[in-house]
Design a protein around this ligand. Structure first.
Ligand SMILES: Cc1ncc(COP(=O)(O)O)c(C=O)c1O
Length: 457
């Protein structure tokens, strides 16, 4: 690839997104890499969004983009859903922080209880990361054990105890991670995803305080999980008297109004939720068995209480947006529509890739669309097909970085904002959006080919 050729996408990108370039110049003096979230980093610079509505967002140059970030998965209803906007607007003038209990936290918690039957008790947090952190501490307090079993590739937020092994490479050198102590690694048991035998053996050997599983598999289903595995894991953990935590931060309310646990018909001991829970505002929660969440109560029968302050826990603004969003989600319609639109897109994309003659493939479950560039396995076979027969060492790999940046820029030039190599739909994505996205991919692929980044069609 010659440098001059590969710069075509970049020069067009600089032309179309000039105001973002100017803002980014300020950002690099403020934030490491100029960004406030790793995945928003983009070369030559990220886009700056001005406003958003439904399936679309508009950047500071007036470019309207079909959005597949959907608030990092939080916006199942699309941007600025009228019911959510109205609820938040109403609440902001009443109180954004009463420094006291308030009725909206009850309303919010009751909705979670109604929709997720395993939620006997709930404690609100500010994020999914906080929720999984809380889940581990509760499990340790209740069981008096220290180890935690997690699955390779599963993401549970960025805190020390679960960030190891959250992403590839899954090689034999272990999962060293800067800043994480050996002590933390020593408490962690990492097992290949979807391997029930390995999980059962590790539980016997290590007697962990808990097993934590990411909803439908590694980072929103990069390595998809089927119901049978989770049912098996439920059985194995119950037999070993080990706490099962299902991390539904992304799947909760998104794949189904009752979460992935409703789809799989299992009852985890504890569940972590965030994203859709708070209707697009910050918020998370730990929910689960009353006897376990009792670890958070004063004067509990354990004689040991977990401390849990947090200035913004159950913040009324998040509660108002969350209640409004959950009322719509409870109908089941948003998940159904988002899942259906994603299936159309997966199928359409595989058609575009075949037509262009490039070895790319789209797959995924529910409202997730995952892409593999340079795929060399058997052809797609139906919508619940899993590439490489689910081999996580082939599925969950890091793709070419330079291609990734150029691909995102090319798609932005074609009017589509895609989240790296994956996207999520919402109930606001129309058939027209799907059609426009397929055309956008076609344009982006041609741009990549013209730049010599993929072979010409
Ligand atoms: C499954 C899962 N768990 C935990 C988290 C962390 O949540 P947050 O970003 O709200 O801290 C995420 C975020 O993407 C997630 O997808």
């Amino acid at each position: 690839m010659s440098q001059a050729v590969s710069q075509q996408i970049e020069s067009r990108f600089r032309e179309s997104f000039g105001n973002s370039a100017v803002l980014y110049e300020r950002a690099v003096g403020l934030f490491p890499n100029g960004v406030t979230h790793d995945s928003r980093f983009l070369k030559p610079f990220p886009i700056y969004v001005d406003h958003a509505s439904g399936s679309r967002k508009t950047d500071r140059d007036g470019n309207e983009l079909i959005d597949y970030w959907m608030g990092h998965g939080a916006l199942l209803l699309g941007h600025s859903h009228p019911a959510v906007v109205e609820a938040a607007r109403d609440q902001v003038g009443r109180s954004t922080h009463p420094g006291a209990c308030h009725e909206l936290e009850l309303e919010w918690g009751e909705r979670v209880q109604r929709m997720v039957p395993s939620a006997e008790r709930i404690r609100f947090t500010n994020s999914g990361t906080e929720a999984t952190l809380m889940a581990l501490r509760v499990a340790r307090i209740v069981t008096g054990r220290t180890k935690v079993l997690k699955f390779a590739g599963h993401f549970h937020g960025w805190h020390d105890q679960l960030i190891p092994a959250a992403s590839p490479p899954h090689d034999d050198d272990g999962y060293g991670m800067p800043g994480i102590t050996e002590g933390v690694f020593g408490d962690l048991v990492i097992v290949p995803p979807n391997d029930l035998e390995a999980a059962a053996a590790a539980i016997q050997e290590h007697q962990p305080a808990c097993v934590i599983h990411e909803g439908n598999g590694s980072r929103w289903g990069v390595v998809p999980v089927r119901a049978e595995f989770l049912q098996g894991l439920r059985q194995v953990t119950a037999e070993a008297d080990t706490i099962l935590i299902l991390d539904e931060v992304i799947t909760g309310f998104r794949v189904h109004q009752g979460g992935f646990q409703s789809v799989c018909e299992i009852v985890p001991d504890m569940t972590t939720m965030a994203k859709v829970l708070a209707g697009g505002l910050p918020g998370g929660c730990l929910a689960g068995r009353a006897d376990l969440l009792d670890a958070l109560a004063f004067g509990n029968s354990l004689g040991k209480k977990m401390k849990h302050p947090g200035t913004f826990n159950a913040n009324p603004l998040s509660a108002a947006a969350g209640c409004a969003a959950l009322d719509v989600v409870a109908t089941g319609e948003p998940s159904r529509v988002a899942n259906q639109q994603a299936a159309k897109l997966r199928q359409g994309l595989n058609g575009v890739f075949a037509e262009k003659g490039i070895p790319w493939v789209a797959y995924g479950d529910f409202s997730a669309i995952k892409l593999i560039p340079g795929y060399d396995g058997p052809a797609p076979d139906g919508d619940d097909w899993v590439p490489y027969e689910g081999d996580y060492r082939r599925l969950d790999v890091k793709f070419d970085d330079a291609l990734g940046h150029a691909f995102r820029c090319a798609l932005l030039l074609a009017g589509v904002d895609w989240m790296g190599w994956a996207g999520s739909t919402s109930s606001a994505h129309s058939d027209e959006d799907i059609e426009a996205t397929l055309s956008g991919f076609s344009v982006a692929i041609d741009l990549l080919a013209a730049d010599g980044l993929i072979p010409p069609a």
